[in-house]
Every structure is written in structure tokens, then in C-alpha cells.
Write a protein that binds this ligand. Structure first.
Ligand code: ASP
Ligand code: MG
Length: 411
């Protein structure tokens, strides 16, 4: 059997007829050079999905979920047809497939479905006819209904297809040349990573770096599918390879390799909490049963038998979470629940951090030197995060990036 490569092109890569022709060239070159079977996944052109949502809002803000999927899935249908025509026009055999035609079945929920299964028989048959296949990202089918995978879901379509087809790798083409050490819109001179581990990428993705959709990275990690992030404007560039472990791949690898800013945070506090065994369980158990997911948690040392517990939640859930917390406060005899929606989370990420003393202190010094107050701290094996005031967020990212000289990373 020939090797299979899956390539995914995001909305900006297929944003115009010119871009679609350029992408067709990339596909054809890959097919020629790698002598492979090729499956291409595309997003909707440019801002199509947002435009469709704007159109919808002129009619309703509370659409029926089924109809919303019906609407949003059309964007990808346009781009698959146009890209297929462009490949055909260049003299190559190609065929477009919607999600269901590609055999992608999801769980039966609308707007944010997970892929459950991919029946690859049809794809394999078409590949054996030497066709380049162009598959609509972000959509599938469940019980004969069109479903979508949530915003940014085309990455996941591509990775899931790559896994099901046992592809050699999955290339994710976007508008950046590589995964950078921070957001280039915040930090003027970022470094570039040649390799990054799934775990680091997951941290960066869920911390606000918008290169890859977190679920696609989770899927790639679970099945150990190598991903390559590269630019469709600069296809000769090898981009960044996302793999299980990067140690040993780079000489003198740094322990901190990225700084991310998560603006979707809010801080909740519950004050005057009776300091007794089981109380944290009661608070967080109640929150969980009310479907509130929490992130960074800090409990203060108690004074006079009472304590304060602070934690962060997603900002979009903050108002609801505050209401729930106020009810919980009453139940457990705490004084008060408070909400601050003006906080953000800055994180330094790197797989080598755990073996390296002094990383945290260097990060805190960088923030202190800029007069930035740290409200909360949390750590994992590969990450140190600080909650700071929103107004300090970008300065904090710059300060940390600078302290670790991340602009020097050119790998
Ligand atoms: N077109 C969808 C969106 O904009 C899916 C994707 O681009 O991955 O969210
Ligand atoms: Mg998009």
C-alpha cells in the first residue's frame, strides 16, 4: 500500500480564489514529491463561518441547534468544491467529499460533537483510483443529521482522518511559519520552535495560542500521530513538528519554550469559609455538580478558624458560577462570594522545567521588576501559571519572554 499523507488548510489559506489555486499547487507538489496517497481537509474560506453567524444573528440569537449545524456546515462545502476544481484544472484527478460522504460519524449532538468513528472504505476505494480527496472539515453525521465539531474543528477532522487511515503524518497548514514562542501580536520578536511535544502544544493551545485546536492535539497525542504545523504561504519551510518527546532532538534545549496568555479567565472568591475538614470537598463538589469547571485554586492559611478560597473559571461561565457560589456560600455558612472578571492567566511552558531549579523565581522576578502583582500561582510538570490583572497581561507576557530570552530560540 502507498503511504498516505493528510493535509489540512485553514480558512485563511483558502481565503480567495488565488489562495485556493496556491493550495492546489501545494497538494499536487506533495502528491508528486512524496509519491503518496493524499487526503486534504479544508476549512471554510476566510471568515465565512463568522459571516454566516452574523447573518444568523440578523434573524435570531437563539437558533435551533440542528439548523445552526445546517447553516455552518455549508462554509466547508464551498471550499472543498472549489479546491477540487482547482486541482482538476491543473490536470490531476480529485474528488470532494462532505463529512458524511467521507464516513465521519459523530456522537448525536449538535454544534460541538465528537467524532466517534470513521468508516474509511469509500475513501480507500477512491484513493486506489489515484484521486486526491478533498474532505470538508468540521462536520460529520449522526443519525442521518449533519453535525459540526465546534469552532476550529477542522484540525480535529484532519487528525482523526490521519489516525483512521494510518497516515504517515498530518500537515496542518496555517498562516504562521511555525509554532512561535509566544503570540507575535503581543511579543515583537518571537522565537521559532522546530519541534514541540504534544504536552507542550496542548498547554499552549489551551492557554490561548491559536495555532492548533486543543482537541486535535489530544487526538494526535493519544494515537501518537505526528503533526507538522506549516505555512501555506511558505510551503518549503518545514514548520514545527509536534511529537511525543522532543528531548534529544535539539541541542541545548531550553527549559522554558513558550509563554501564553489566556484572556478568558475570571476569579471567584469565597470568603469567611469555616476552616474544617471536608470543606474544600463540599465547595468543589457542589460546583462540579452544577457543571462549573474550575482552573487555578488557592486556599489561604486560616485565621481565627476561617479561611478564603479563590479559584478561576472561564470568563463566559463566570456570572453563572458566581450565582452558584453564592448559593454554596449560604449552605456552608461562609460569608460571601465575589467575582473579578478582569484577570488573565500568563503561563511559561516547557517540558524541561521540572528538572531545572530557579525557573519559577526567574519568572516571578520578571513580573516583580515590572511592578506586576501576582494574584495566584499554579504549576504543573511543564507549566507555571500566574493570574494577574488583565491590564498587566501583555506586559507580563513580554517580561517573561524577555527574561528567558525566548527570541533567541531559532532551533
Ligand atoms: N470553519 C470552522 C470555523 O471557522 C471550522 C474551522 O475553521 O476549523 O470554526
Ligand atoms: Mg475557521
Amino acid at each position: 500500500m502507498k503511504k498516505i499523507i493528510v493535509q489540512k488548510f485553514g480558512g485563511s489559506s483558502v481565503g480567495s480564489a488565488e489562495r485556493i489555486k496556491a493550495v492546489a499547487d501545494i497538494c499536487i507538489n506533495t502528491k508528486k514529491q512524496e509519491k503518496c496517497d493524499l487526503v486534504v481537509v479544508v476549512s471554510a474560506m476566510g471568515d465565512t463561518t463568522d459571516d454566516l453567524l452574523d447573518l444568523m444573528k440578523q434573524i435570531t440569537n437563539t437558533p435551533d441547534k440542528r439548523e445552526l449545524d445546517m447553516l455552518l456546515s455549508t462554509g466547508e462545502q464551498v471550499s472543498i468544491a472549489l479546491l477540487t476544481m482547482a486541482i482538476q484544472k491543473a490536470g490531476y484527478s480529485a474528488q470532494s467529499l462532505t463529512g458524511w460522504q467521507a464516513g465521519i460519524t459523530t456522537e448525536p449532538v449538535h454544534n460541538k460533537a465528537r467524532i466517534e468513528k470513521i468508516e474509511t472504505k469509500q475513501i480507500k476505494k477512491l484513493l486506489s483510483e489515484d484521486k486526491i480527496l478533498v474532505v470538508a472539515g468540521f462536520q460529520g453525521i449522526a443519525q442521518q443529521e449533519i453535525t459540526t465539531l465546534g469552532r476550529g474543528g477542522s484540525d480535529t477532522t484532519a487528525v482523526a482522518l490521519a489516525v483512521s487511515l494510518k497516515a504517515e503524518r498530518c500537515d496542518i497548514y496555517t498562516d504562521v511559519d511555525a509554532v512561535c514562542t509566544s503570540d507575535p501580536r503581543i511579543v515583537e520578536k518571537t522565537g521559532r520552535l522546530k519541534f514541540i511535544s504534544y504536552d507542550e502544544m496542548l498547554e499552549l493551545a489551551s492557554l490561548g495560542a491559536q495555532v492548533l485546536h486543543p482537541r486535535s492535539v489530544e487526538t494526535a497525542k493519544y494515537f501518537n500521530m505526528p503533526l507538522r504545523v506549516r505555512s501555506s504561504w511558505n510551503p518549503e519551510n518545514n514548520g514545527t513538528l509536534v511529537i511525543e518527546r522532543t528531548d534529544g532532538m535539539i541541542e541545548g534545549q531550553r527549559s522554558v519554550r513558550g509563554v501564553a496568555l489566556d484572556r478568558q479567565q475570571a476569579r471567584l472568591s469565597i470568603i469567611g469559609v469555616p476552616d474544617e475538614p471536608g470543606i474544600a470537598h463540599r465547595i468543589f463538589n457542589e460546583l462540579a455538580s452544577r457543571n462549573v469547571s474550575v482552573d487555578v485554586i488557592v486556599q489561604c492559611v486560616s485565621h481565627d478558624g476561617s479561611t478564603e478560597v479563590d479559584f478561576t473559571v472561564k470568563r463566559e461561565e463566570a456570572d453563572r458560577a458566581k450565582e452558584e457560589l453564592a448559593k454554596i456560600a449560604k449552605q456552608i455558612g461562609a460569608k460571601q462570594a465575589c467575582l473579578d472578571k478582569t484577570v488573565v492567566k500568563v503561563s511559561a511552558v516547557g517540558a524541561g522545567m521540572i528538572d531545572q531549579p530557579g525557573i519559577a523565581s526567574k519568572m516571578f522576578k520578571a513580573l516583580g521588576d515590572q511592578g506586576i502583582n501576582i494574584q495566584m500561582i499554579s504549576t504543573s510538570e511543564i507549566r507555571i501559571s500566574c493570574i494577574v490583572q488583565e491590564a498587566d497581561g501583555e506586559a507580563a507576557v513580554k517580561a517573561i519572554h524577555n527574561a528567558f530570552d525566548l527570541h533567541e530560540i531559532k532551533e
